[in-house]
Design a protein around this ligand. Structure first.
Ligand code: 5AD
Length: 383
């Protein structure tokens, strides 16, 4: 144990990290060594963000999906629940609620659709959101794989961050957790990430942690992938079984136990913070599904973003990507109160009214770069 602590301390002093170093750090599971890891991650987090966390109010505006991912509760073939599409007015009410409550950014998420009607709906939501908040609200889109033209259209309409998880950077594992129906191709997903970045979005990606057959080396490669693709934000969390999915049948025998997956989730946050440094990292709700204070532990491990659910209450029960999803019985007001308590428990504060853009994006573009400045100056023409 002493020699392990010694080599961990040595790795933590390095400026760059090999795949092997990352594997050693990800394998930590005893409290003393985890403390070393967490202290280092916390120090880097404080260096870039002090004690401030930022919110992304999550609006899950539709659960209709053309994809059939083998792990996901809202996959096309799951007929166990009602499909919904929030009306434009309902969505705009959620956007207003976020703005009035000083949540500086929102994340608009939905099941994947690529039809013209959907593309137009998202475009309208973006334009209206920019208009009613006078261009002040930060907008992350999480609407899956689209053509380059669609990503461009949405960027023009007012989205400036895009979250598309690679799910796993191991292309063989990717194949195992998706159906081979021509709609789920690893190379296509990577191409989407490259397009998103090229267009000028802040690029977000991430993985599920503790998937059946996933190894520590896979997870180390995931972190190296985040770096290589140039991600500005990371959203990742433990894989959680959804009982009415095909992966549940395999997972029940081969998935690591809850405690193990949870610890891996924390390790991934801490090591990503240590390796990538100035990126935004979310403490996701999936952590809380495995541990009642999972998100707080995620923040202590180096995450600086929280994603409170702000979807209208009546729809929440039908957006269950995995079993035991927390917050589905709560209103946005209740989530707000609950989260404030959680934030103060970990001695952090919330940057209310601030967008909380990724420092890595700002560094890349120059601190004063504002992709929307030009557009705002012509805002009367556009809207
Ligand atoms: N467990 C954990 N995360 C899941 N997601 C989908 N299904 C599950 C699950 N069973 C995640 C995927 C997707 C994001 C929106 O939700 O990573 O990209």
């Amino acid at each position: 144990m002493k020699t392990l602590s010694h080599s961990i301390s040595k790795i933590l002093k390095q400026k760059s990290f090999s795949q092997e170093d990352i594997c050693i750090l990800l394998s930590i599971h005893d409290p003393a060594n985890y403390q070393l890891l967490q202290t280092k991650a916390d120090q880097i987090q404080k260096q870039y963000f002090q004690d401030t966390l930022h919110y992304r109010g999550l609006i899950e505006f539709s659960n209709i999906c053309i994809k059939d991912c083998l792990y996901c509760g809202i996959r096309k073939s799951n007929l166990d629940f009602d499909r919904y599409q929030m009306s434009l007015d309902e969505i705009m009410d959620c956007v207003k609620w976020n703005h009035e409550n000083q949540y500086g950014s929102i994340t608009l998420q939905a099941g994947e659709r690529q039809d013209p009607e959907f593309i137009e709906l998202v475009t309208t939501i973006l334009q209206r959101s920019q208009k009613i908040t006078q261009g002040k609200i930060g907008i992350t889109l999480s609407c899956g794989e689209q053509t380059k033209e669609t990503y461009e259209k949405w960027f023009e309409a007012g989205a400036h961050r895009y979250l598309l998880r690679i799910e796993t950077s191991n292309s063989e594992l990717y194949q195992k957790i998706h159906p081979q129906d021509g709609l789920h191709q690893f190379e296509k997903r990577v191409e989407c990430l490259q397009n998103i970045r090229k267009i000028g979005y802040q690029l977000g990606t991430g993985v599920m942690i503790g998937l059946p057959h996933q190894t520590i080396t896979d997870l180390a490669n995931d972190i190296l992938f985040f770096k290589r693709i140039g991600a500005h934000m990371i959203g990742m969390g433990p894989y959680i079984v959804h009982s009415s999915t095909p992966l549940a049948k395999i997972a029940n025998n081969s998935v690591k136990d809850i405690q193990h997956r949870f610890q891996l989730g924390l390790n991934m946050i801490a090591v990503t913070r240590i390796v990538l440094k100035n990126v935004n990292i979310a403490a996701t709700t999936a952590l809380q599904a495995l541990d009642p204070i999972g998100r707080e532990k995620g923040v202590e491990a180096g995450a600086n973003i929280l994603m409170p659910i702000t979807t209208t209450k009546k729809y929440r029960k039908d957006y269950q990507l995995y079993d035991n999803k927390p917050c589905i019985e709560d209103t946005s007001e209740q989530c707000k109160r609950c989260l404030m308590g959680r934030v103060s428990m970990v001695q952090r504060k919330v940057g209310f009214g601030e967008q909380g853009n990724s420092p890595s994006y700002k560094t890349e573009k120059g601190n004063y770069y504002d992709p929307f400045l030009e557009r705002r100056n012509h805002s009367t023409e556009l809207y």
